[in-house]
Design a protein. Sequence first.
Length: 94
Amino acid sequence: MGPRITRAEIEATYPDEWVAVTDFTRAASGRTVAEGILVAHDESRDALFDRLATFIDDLAIWYTGELFPPGRTRVGLAVMEWGPLLSNDEAASS
């Protein structure tokens, strides 16, 4: 794996790309990544996710550019959590 780098360095080096970071630390606010180890980047979100399909470790993934065109606002935020798939019996007992 590569060296630890800051969020600012990642965003300056990979503008308008999807990035995935592992072994990350959060910023003081707890809402963003402060630094970590870059494991993948791509202009396409789908291509990035395909490359990470077998990655086991915890990841922080974000887009380094603007997701919404000027004049548009975000009305919600989706949060995804990946984990093992459970059968209906396992899910009912947990």
